[in-house]
Ligand binder design. Sequence first.
Ligand SMILES: [Zn+2]
Length: 90
Amino acid sequence: MLGQILLVILIILAWIGVRSLLQQRLDRAQQEGDTGASEDGHLEEMVRCAHCRVFLPRGQAYPGDGGYYCSAEHRRLGPGRSEQGRPPPR
Ligand SMILES: [Zn+2]
């Protein structure tokens, strides 16, 4: 009888220990995930392709002469018709 009670207590203690360990691991993972998400989730600076004027995140832009470009092709072509050079809409 006493052995059974001790066994139950041991099982409960083991269960609590395993749960707290899992909880700690979950919390740590969530914290790491949160920091990672906040790093990924923060708004990246947008730049404009100097050739076709399209906006894109700076991380995906190709830096080149005259600014950023949306692709290696546009970087090769160089700055497109600039807004000063473009004739007014009417
Ligand atoms: Zn472009």
